[in-house]
Design a protein around this ligand. Structure first.
Ligand SMILES: [Zn+2]
Length: 185
C-alpha cells in the first residue's frame, strides 16, 4: 500500500525504493509508480520562501506494456498540514494548550506561532468539525477511548483519545497522520 505520509528523508528514500513493488492506489497496477516532483508551500515561519512539503507520485500511463492510469498521488511530510502554513507540531501544542490554559488566544501565544490569532479561532472551528472523523479513525487503532471525564466536552474527549492512542509520541497530530495514514485536518 502506498504510504501517504513520511517522517524522515530516510523513510522517503525507502518509499522511493519500494515504489516498483507498490500497487497503485487507483488502478492497482504494480511497477507503474514513479516519484514525480515535490509539493511546495509556504512554511510557518517564512512568508518569503516556499519549502518542500511532500512529494508527488505518478502512475505512469506512457508505458508500452503494463501501463498505469496516469493519476498522481500526494505523499506528505508528516509534520506538515495540508494546505496550511502551520506545522503539525504547532497545531498539536496549540490543542494541548487550549485544554491546559482554557483560552484559545493564550494557547496560540503559548504554542509560539507567528500567525495571527484569527488563525487560531479558524483552526479551532476546523478541529471541532473534524471530531467525528478523528474519533472514527482513532477507534480503529485504539478501540476503547478513555472514560469520559465529568467536565469534558467532545473536543476534550478527542484529545484524551489521541493521548491514549499515542502515549509516546511528542506530537499527537504527526502521530495521527503517520499511523492512520490520514490528514488530521
Ligand atoms: Zn494507477
Amino acid at each position: 500500500m502506498l504510504a501517504r505520509f513520511y517522517r524522515s528523508e530516510d523513510e522517503l528514500l525507502r518509499l522511493h525504493r519500494g515504489l516498483k513493488q507498490t500497487a497503485c492506489p487507483a488502478c492497482k497496477a504494480t511497477g507503474t509508480l514513479n516519484l514525480h516532483g515535490w509539493l511546495y508551500g509556504y512554511g510557518e515561519h517564512d512568508e518569503q520562501r516556499k519549502s518542500r512539503r511532500g512529494r508527488r507520485v505518478f502512475c505512469n500511463n506512457r508505458k508500452r506494456r503494463r501501463n498505469g492510469c496516469g493519476r498522481t498521488f500526494s505523499v506528505w511530510a508528516v509534520d506538515k498540514l495540508k494546505r496550511m502554513r502551520l506545522s503539525a507540531g504547532a497545531l498539536g501544542s496549540f490543542l494541548a494548550f487550549v485544554f491546559t490554559l482554557g483560552d484559545k488566544a493564550a494557547a496560540w501565544r503559548a504554542a509560539g506561532s507567528d500567525l495571527s490569532v484569527s488563525c487560531a479561532y479558524r483552526l479551532w472551528t476546523r478541529f471541532l468539525h473534524a471530531q467525528s472523523r478523528l474519533r472514527a479513525a482513532l477507534v480503529r487503532l485504539y478501540p476503547s477511548p478513555p472514560e469520559r471525564s465529568h467536565a469534558g466536552g467532545p473536543a476534550e474527549q478527542t484529545l484524551a483519545h489521541l493521548r491514549a492512542a499515542f502515549p509516546h509520541d511528542p506530537c499527537l497530530v504527526s502521530a495521527f497522520q503517520h499511523r492512520l495514514r490520514a490528514a488530521f485536518l
